[in-house]
Every structure is written in structure tokens, then in C-alpha cells.
Write a protein that binds this ligand. Structure first.
Ligand code: HEC
Length: 124
């Protein structure tokens, strides 16, 4: 019986430790806020550069990463499905840009519709 209790305690300890480690790993992978993505991707020239084919490969990859990070965030306002759909369109367009797709620019311009997204998801 004692052995069983000891085993159970070890198991609990192992679970607790792995949970702590997972949390630490998540914190290491610093969260990018939606506001940061707005500043870097939209207010700055990055999206425009990628959409007009003037971006370097590194810039295209960065934009894709920003959109992927934003998709993990909860929208401060509005419907989760609509948020998911808009982010998916942005990610798809950025991915197309990364792979050199000729239609990527048009898709990106369409997906990066400021007003369409702000009216539904940006708190006033
Ligand atoms: C997929 C949705 C989406 C698209 C597309 C989008 N935005 Fe936003 N934007 C948001 C959300 C959500 C917020 C509010 C973020 C918050 O308050 O946390 C925001 C906030 C902002 C802010 C304020 C940031 C701050 O620090 O308060 C600026 C500036 C901005 N957007 C610019 C733009 C521009 C310019 C475009 C178009 C080129 C654009 N956004 C396209 C969702 C979007």
C-alpha cells in the first residue's frame, strides 16, 4: 500500500512538473498582441510592401508570422467565427506571398480590409 501511495505521489509530481514546464515554454514564446500586429503589419508599410510585391522574402515570412500570431489572439470584440475567418484569409494570402503566388497581392489587399474588420472586432 505504501508503495502504491509513493508511486501515485511521484506521478502527481511528474504531472505538476510537466505542466510547469509547458507554461514556461509558452511564456518563452512571447505573445504578440493584436495591437502590435496592427502597428507592424498594417499601420507600417509591411502589408503594402508585400501586397505590391516589393517585400523581401524575410518580410513576407514576418508578415505571415504576425498573422499567425494574431489568429491565436481572442478578438477584443465580436464573433469568434468571423475573427477566425478573417485571420484565415490573411494567413492564406501571406502564405501565397511567401510561396511566390502571383495572385497573392490581390488576395492580401482584399483580406487586409481595415474597415471591414474594425467595424466588427475593434472596440471603439
Ligand atoms: C482581421 C481584422 C483586422 C484587420 C484586417 C485590420 N485590423 Fe486594425 N485592429 C483590429 C483589432 C481587433 C483592433 C483592436 C485591437 C485591440 O484593441 O486590442 C485593431 C486596432 C487597430 C489600430 C489601433 C492599435 C492600437 O494600438 O490601439 C490601428 C492603428 C489599426 N488597427 C490599423 C489598421 C489598418 C491601417 C488596417 C488596414 C490596412 C487594419 N488595422 C486592419 C483588427 C483588424
Amino acid at each position: 500500500m505504501k508503495k502504491l501511495i509513493a508511486a501515485l505521489m511521484l506521478l502527481a509530481l511528474a504531472v505538476a512538473m510537466s505542466t510547469t514546464m509547458t507554461n514556461a515554454a509558452n511564456e518563452g514564446d512571447a505573445k504578440t498582441t493584436t495591437k502590435q500586429v496592427m502597428k507592424r503589419a498594417f499601420k507600417g508599410p509591411l502589408t503594402k510592401k508585400v501586397a505590391t510585391g516589393k517585400a523581401s522574402d524575410a518580410e513576407k515570412a514576418e508578415l505571415l508570422k504576425l498573422f499567425q500570431a494574431m489568429a491565436k489572439n481572442k478578438p477584443p470584440k465580436g464573433d469568434a467565427d468571423s475573427w477566425k475567418e478573417k485571420n484565415a484569409a490573411l494567413i492564406k494570402a501571406a502564405q501565397a506571398a511567401v510561396s511566390g503566388d502571383a495572385d497573392a497581392g490581390a488576395a492580401l489587399t482584399k483580406a487586409a480590409n481595415c474597415k471591414n474588420c474594425h467595424s466588427q472586432h475593434k472596440p471603439s
